[in-house]
Design a protein. Structure first.
Length: 264
């Protein structure tokens, strides 16, 4: 395990793959998860890349950091982590709030961004009333009180039926996130709107969504793809909100094909 003091807190991260690789992908995970959700995708990617995984503040093994924090604060954490590791150019792949973080990195430091992969995300996600309601419910009753409806948005009915053991594992991952960290990210998502800055993206961009995503439905994700000139938009069939868990092979194929078009 590796840890770094970044932005006044400690972030847990792992650098995997070829240390001499010409290309690095930085993965940012979703609300209520830690960076292990990306490991099934890493296993499917080519060997000639480096992969940076990290737990955002308030999740996994990372510290909470100052609160309240914005998506820009989370983006700056990644920028600073990349600087510490000597990464001066990377592909940023973000899922859900991780996609907001990727958009925030473009807003704050576009020179760091070689390309962007947005998975099951949008320039603005949800409404203030929705997020305030979730925060209040979790403060009153804990994450476990909402875990079943959250999982129903994350995964398809087929996943519930065929992968009950995996489902229980991801339930444990969700329910064991610190309440302060989870709610802090909920508030950051509530307050984020990258519509204007995302419309300025000029690097190659791939936008992906599961056809049964209950958190960021395909039409919402497509609308964000439409903001970005030349962005590719792909729908993964038989998939909910977390393709790196439910359909890692399909997501890895899309990522690999996208990377091959970037050139050397």
């Amino acid at each position: 395990m590796a840890f770094a003091e970044i932005g006044g807190t400690v972030l847990h991260y792992e650098l995997l793959g070829d240390p001499e690789a010409d290309r690095t992908i930085v993965f940012a995970n979703s609300l209520g998860t830690d960076f292990r959700i990306w490991l099934p995708v890493f296993d499917e990617l080519d060997d000639d890349i480096a992969i940076l995984l990290y737990d955002k503040r308030g999740h996994g093994l990372s510290g909470l950091g100052k609160q309240p924090s914005s998506i820009e604060d989370h983006a700056q954490d990644v920028i600073d982590l990349c600087a510490m590791l000597g990464i001066d150019k990377a592909v940023f792949c973000g899922l859900s709030v991780g996609g907001l973080i990727a958009q925030g990195i473009w807003k704050l430091k576009p020179s760091l961004v070689e390309a962007i992969i947005l998975c099951d995300t949008a320039a603005k996600i949800g409404t203030a009333d929705m997020w305030n309601g979730r925060i209040a419910a979790i403060e009153a009753n804990g994450i476990a009180s909402l875990s079943t409806p959250v999982l129903e948005r994350w995964f398809t009915p087929k996943f519930f039926q065929d992968r009950a053991t995996d489902l229980e594992g991801y339930r444990q991952m969700l329910e064991r996130q610190p309440v302060a960290g989870y709610n802090g990210v909920c508030a950051a998502i509530r307050d984020a709107d990258f519509t204007a800055s995302t419309a300025t993206v000029t690097v190659p961009t791939l936008v992906v969504v599961g056809d049964q995503d209950g958190s960021t439905p395909p039409d919402l994700v497509r609308a964000t793809a439409d903001l970005i000139s030349g962005a590719a938009f792909e729908i993964i069939k038989g998939c909910g909100h977390i393709p790196c868990v439910e359909q890692p092979e399909a997501l890895a194929r899309l990522i690999s094909r996208f990377l091959s078009r970037l050139g050397d």
